[in-house]
Design a binder for this molecule. Structure first.
Ligand SMILES: [Zn+2]
Length: 586
């Protein structure tokens, strides 16, 4: 155990009037100002460079002013100091979700099929039927979260399944991955999707043997139906944000990276910030171009909201850069692979190696232009071929214009080749770029589906976190909610356990050779994730001068059995030293 006690504050050092202090290293006289808040008698998992564990923390003005033993921190207690006795509880930095579609509006206002208790098609049908009962004929049924990998039948929901319970309403239900969805016949009629309708570019209309649409639409084909569904109102969107902020805080979570926002959501974030209700730090990426002709508009929007503006403020809301797409999903077998997809673990989906969702050369040109303009880019890439293309694009752009610290990101990066991992390690070292926002919970929540599709051999290479650490690749952990549940404890557990939800192909079809220990997993949800938000000087570890974004837990994640990580309960959450969640036991 390393204990440390550092009374010197960085704020003192950088103040112009204290230049002499910087030169002489002299202790400042006001270092012993009583703390606003101290937490004592606990295990403080600092996630500093040595993963030190302390006993206590002092906080003043929203910042951490001392970390050390309880005796050391007690000297900071004054007449107005709030004292929290941790009674042996563990404290971690607030958890950060490095990839989350940050809203619960869909969970609040649509049919929620993302419930593991739904184990058959009939049970999914019943959820839809219950919802339809509340509607008038002709009103839309929106829903999300279904997953054939969780159904006993192991097959897609189809239009026929939905027609049986909703003959008089249009229905559109997106899959848990968000990369495909299913419409009923009513909705397909409205969308004019018929047997003779051709697949749109970068999309697939799923068909039965005779060529008629089954109701399932993949990737860009989803737009044929989804564009007809009325959007949620601004008030519903705001309620969805307020709810997820509260639920994040309840899970000890204090940071989120939201990929793919537009102007309306940006304005909602700003409104919540003004109202003092944004108690999760948000790093937002603007939805990027999928075609060359859109790139000027995307660049203009990113440049109108430069990242530095967010950093100069309190680091609560950051316009981070641009999100791009390279491919689809491992669930839909649309992600772009070097070799054909498998199905049911050992069969081959012959002739289907997925496809790029943005034309590769156009992708390369758009990213190169964004890079040259100094804009951060993060790209969704799941398949090994897509990842190679993305990482090579970053490599070339950085070679043409070396720029340190743009930190271009790789979203998901599920199955990188060895060459891609080596390149990421080099780009991180030489250019501070190419950081994965990895998705450990895919192995769990959609892991049964994934295992069947990637197949026995490739499964072992999925989410190669151990190899990352061996080669010096840092990554952020993320849920991709609503693709998987967002509590960070699930992601911590999944990175260690690599177990699927239902064990359809065995409990650990991805093997455990690429498991990491909890200390590494915690880094990916704290200091490394903070780095991908450009906030590692401010948050992500419990060190003097950092903002006090902290979570108190009912157990010590460094000490409990792996299975117990999943059920960790948060008791208290602080953001910039303010209590944003307090459990009943506190
Ligand atoms: Zn996503």
């Amino acid at each position: 155990m390393h204990l440390r006690f550092t009374p010197l504050r960085r704020g003192d050092l950088i103040a112009a009037c204290c230049a002499l202090v910087l030169l002489t290293g002299e202790r400042t006289p006001h270092a012993q100002v009583p703390a606003d808040l101290v937490l004592i008698n606990g295990s403080v998992l600092t996630v500093d460079n040595r993963d030190s564990v302390a006993q206590a923390v002092a906080i003043t003005g929203g910042r951490i002013t001392a970390v050390g033993t309880t005796d050391q921190i007690k000297t900071r207690i004054g007449s107005v100091t709030e004292v929290i006795d941790l009674r042996g509880r563990a404290v971690t930095p607030g958890l950060i979700d490095s990839h989350v579609h940050f809203s619960e509006a869909d969970a609040l206002f649509t049919v929620d099929l993302g419930d593991a208790s739904i184990k058959t098609i009939a049970e999914a049908q019943k959820r839809v039927a219950d919802y339809v009962a509340r509607l008038k004929p002709g009103e839309w049924v929106r829903g999300r979260g279904w997953d054939e990998g969780k159904y006993a039948e192991q097959r897609y929901l189809t239009a026929a399944d939905l027609d049986a319970v909703a003959p008089n309403n249009p229905v559109w239900l997106t899959h848990t991955t968000g990369h495909y969805g299913v419409a009923n016949t009513y909705a397909m009629k409205m969308a004019e999707v018929r047997k003779d309708t051709k697949d749109p570019p970068a999309g697939t209309i799923d068909r039965s043997a005779d060529g008629s649409p089954t109701g399932v639409m993949k990737e860009s084909a989803m737009g044929l139906v989804s564009r007809l569904v009325p959007p949620l109102t601004r008030d519903q969107q705001k309620l969805g944000l307020v709810k997820i902020i509260k639920d994040f805080n309840q899970e000890g979570m204090t940071g989120a990276k939201d990929p793919g926002i537009g102007q309306a959501k940006w304005e909602l974030y700003q409104e919540l910030l003004r109202e003092g209700r944004l108690t999760v730090r948000v790093f937002a990426l603007w939805s990027g171009a999928r075609r060359l002709e859109d790139r000027a508009a995307v660049l203009a929007r990113a440049q109108a909201n430069p990242r530095q503006a967010g950093l100069a403020g309190d680091g609560m809301l950051i316009s981070g850069g641009v999100k791009m797409y390279m491919d689809g999903s491992g669930g839909a077998r649309t992600a772009w692979m070097h070799d054909d997809w498998n199905k049911n673990l050992t069969d081959t989906d012959t002739g289907n190696a997925g496809y790029p969702s943005t034309p590769p050369e156009e992708y390369r040109q758009i990213v190169t232009e964004l890079h040259h303009a100094g804009v951060h880019v993060s790209t969704h890439a799941i398949g090994d071929r897509a990842i190679d293309w993305v990482i090579d694009t970053y490599d070339r752009a950085l070679e043409a214009k070396p720029t340190r610290g743009l930190r271009h990101g790789l979203i998901h990066g599920n199955i990188p080749t060895d060459r891609a991992i080596d390149t990421m390690a080099r780009l991180q070292r030489d250019h501070d770029a190419a950081y994965p926002d990895a998705s450990s919970t895919f192995m769990w929540w959609i892991g049964d589906n994934y295992a069947g599709n990637f197949g026995r051999v490739r499964n072992q290479r999925l989410d190669p976190f151990k190899t990352f650490t061996r080669k010096g690749v840092q990554w952020g952990g993320g849920s991709d909610y609503p693709v998987t549940p967002f509590p960070g404890r699930y992601g911590l557990w999944a990175a260690v356990a690599r177990e699927t939800l239902n064990g359809t192909f065995g409990a650990t079809p991805f093997g455990t050779a690429e498991s990491v220990d909890i200390k590494t997993a915690l880094r990916s949800y704290t200091i490394w994730a903070a780095k991908t938000m450009f906030l590692e000087d401010r948050i992500g570890s419990i060190e003097v001068d950092k903002d006090a974004d902290l979570a108190v837990w009912d157990r010590n994640p460094y000490e409990v059995a792996t299975a117990a990580l999943k059920d960790m309960r948060c008791e208290l959450t602080l953001v910039r030293g303010k209590v944003v969640y307090r459990g009943a036991s506190r």
